[in-house]
Design a protein around this ligand. Structure first.
Ligand code: TYD
Length: 201
């Protein structure tokens, strides 16, 4: 492979994205492919700032500030980590990417086209998967947590899900039923990824 491959895994909070992204990386590696896990918000300076300044506060900030900070973190993440790995031919699996901004900041009322515009400095992924888990299941998991972020409310999660479903309908995201045993979900994701990879190589 000359240029690598960028896959992103999207979904609501507690939908199992992290587990599934990591399992996908392991599956790719076990077939001898050079795969790496990464996530957003990134572990860079802007990502750490977002953690503190957006996610851990009690109330949400003006949503345009959120969108600009997430976009800045994404450019930083792409330039610092993703781009160099892609140029080495790696398969990069990102736990969240541009669609998280469309869904979460779009759900808070921001114009989707403006969010797309401020994210224009990073490329679209080669494949984007949406882990679909019913809202009731998500809320049950969220309610069990001791600490919840500003995003983890029924109102936000339900609007975010609507936008994700719209992105699925419009063909930007490939849906996977995430409401099943971990292994079954992982098998499904692997099938989709390997089918797409076959078309590429
Ligand atoms: P999440 O993947 O849930 O982090 P963790 O696994 O550490 O709990 O992401 C953190 C939150 O940030 C999540 O509620 C979604 C939100 N978010 C946005 O609102 N916009 C974005 O562009 C991104 C990347 C995340």
């Amino acid at each position: 492979m000359e240029r690598g491959w960028l896959i992103c895994i999207e979904g609501l909070d507690k939908s199992g994205k992290t587990t599934q992204s990591r399992l996908l990386v392991e599956a790719l590696k076990s077939r001898g492919l050079d795969a790496v896990y990464t996530s957003e918000p990134s572990n860079g300076e802007i990502g750490k700032f977002i953690e503190r300044y957006i996610l851990k506060r009690r109330e949400r900030l003006p949503v345009s500030i959120e969108a600009l900070l997430f976009a800045a973190d994404r450019i930083d993440h792409f330039e610092r980590e993703i781009k160099p790995m892609l140029s080495e031919g790696k398969i990069v699996v990102s736990d969240r990417y541009v669609y998280s901004s469309l869904a979460y900041q779009g759900a808070a009322g921001l114009d989707i086209n403006w969010i797309i515009e401020v994210n224009r400095m990073v490329p679209r992924p080669d494949l984007a998967i949406y882990l679909d888990v019913p809202l009731e299941v998500i809320m049950e998991r969220i309610m069990k947590k001791r600490w919840r972020s500003v995003m983890e409310t029924l109102e936000t999660q339900s609007k975010v899900r609507e936008i994700y479903m719209r992105l699925v309908r419009d063909g930007y995201l490939t849906p996977v039923n995430g409401n099943r045993p971990i292994n079954e979900v992982s098998q499904d994701i692997q099938r989709i990824v390997f089918e797409r990879l076959k078309l590429k190589v």
